[in-house]
Write a protein that binds this ligand. Structure first.
Ligand code: FAD
Length: 302
């Protein structure tokens, strides 16, 4: 559904808000894996005020609310998600403002666009994130990162919306980031400010291109129906543990481990959510049984 479209369904708890809300919106097209059921309600608010009205209504009626960003780290179950799913795709949520040596970006902006804007402006500190799919919101909430570092290290302030629609700016000790985790998992992220270092755009471009080549060579090619399965444990990688445990050739139904980089699952034709869940569990058990390491899933099941 396009942002601000007029295709609101009748008979929803949101009808009197004047905001287009769809019922039973299939979530598969909004995720990289491309599988799973529908959202009870779905909306692409045009601005912060519309988002606040949706959040307040959900809060009042006890309807759970989640944001889908780029959908690169979500596995939607076959039953779908019964609450409200919002997507911050409207231009109001996708702005990128360079204010040297900082950048402020809307939560709906693509991470790759923010990385490029930083590099072009000669601002260092985000270039190692090139190649990580998804949005600023998804990256900050999950503290996305690569071998070169995590996004959280550069976050200086985050504008969030609470369940009742109020806005807060979190900074300093109110922000906590750990490996693929932040303390922003119970709020809606609206925008984020990154504190960066000034550097030559030419050097930065070279560094970003190098990183881009590494990232792309590791990611599955030829399909978007993929997801990263596990967080890297301290001091090693999930990929190497899965290989050591013999997980490289594992499959469940139409879900299979991506051989060249064993921490990815690929959803083949006809794949079901349960296939992916089953494969993640099978791989996890193999690593636990053979190596005594408990892997933590990165992918989030809805
Ligand atoms: C090919 C591939 C390569 C990947 N490589 C990496 C990698 O190198 N490093 C890495 O860390 N990850 C990697 N990932 C995982 C994924 O890309 C990251 O976790 C990414 O940051 C998720 O962003 P997203 O916008 O797609 O979030 P989504 O998948 O849409 O959402 C993830 C979570 O964030 C929440 N969320 C999203 N936006 C908001 C918001 N505005 N407010 C509140 N909550 C929000 C969602 O509700 C959900 O809980 C990879 C995934 C794929 C498919």
């Amino acid at each position: 559904m396009a942002a601000g479209s007029e295709s609101a369904s009748s008979g929803t708890p949101f009808d009197d808000l004047g905001i287009a809300v769809a019922s039973r919106e299939p979530l598969a097209p909004h995720t990289w894996l491309g599988i799973g059921g529908a959202a009870g309600y779905f909306c692409e608010p045009v601005d912060v005020d519309a988002l606040a009205r949706i959040a307040r209504r959900c809060h009042e009626r006890g309807i759970s609310l989640r944001v889908v960003g780029g959908g690169s780290n979500i596995l939607v179950s076959s039953a779908g998600y019964p609450g409200m799913v919002v997507r911050l795709s409207a231009p109001a949520f996708c702005t990128i403002a360079v204010e040297k040596p900082a950048i402020t970006a809307g939560a709906g902006a693509k991470l790759v666009h923010v990385v490029s804007a930083a590099v072009q402006a000669g601002l260092a500190g985000l270039e190692m994130l090139v190649g990580i799919p998804g949005t600023v919101g998804g990256a900050v909430v999950g503290n996305a990162g690569s071998r070169g570092g995590d996004v959280g290290a550069r976050v200086s302030a985050v504008t969030v919306m609470l369940a009742d629609g109020t806005i807060e700016i979190r900074q300093g000790s109110a922000l906590a980031f750990q490996s693929r985790w932040s303390n922003l998992d119970d709020v809606l992220v609206i925008a984020c400010r990154f504190e960066l270092d000034e550097e030559s755009p030419d050097l930065l471009t070279k560094r970003m291109q190098k990183q881009w080549i590494v990232e792309r060579s590791e990611q599955p090619s030829g399909t978007r129906a993929v997801a990263m399965m596990f967080k890297d444990p301290l001091g090693t990688t999930a990929e190497s543990l899965i290989e050591q445990a013999g997980g490289r050739d594992m499959r469940v139904g139409a879900a299979s481990v991506y051989g060249p980089h064993a921490n990815y699952v690929v959803a083949g034709a006809g794949c079901l959510s349960d296939d992916v869940r089953g494969l993640v569990e099978r791989v996890r058990s193999a690593v636990r049984d053979k190596l005594g390491v408990e892997l933590t899933p990165l992918i989030e099941v809805w």
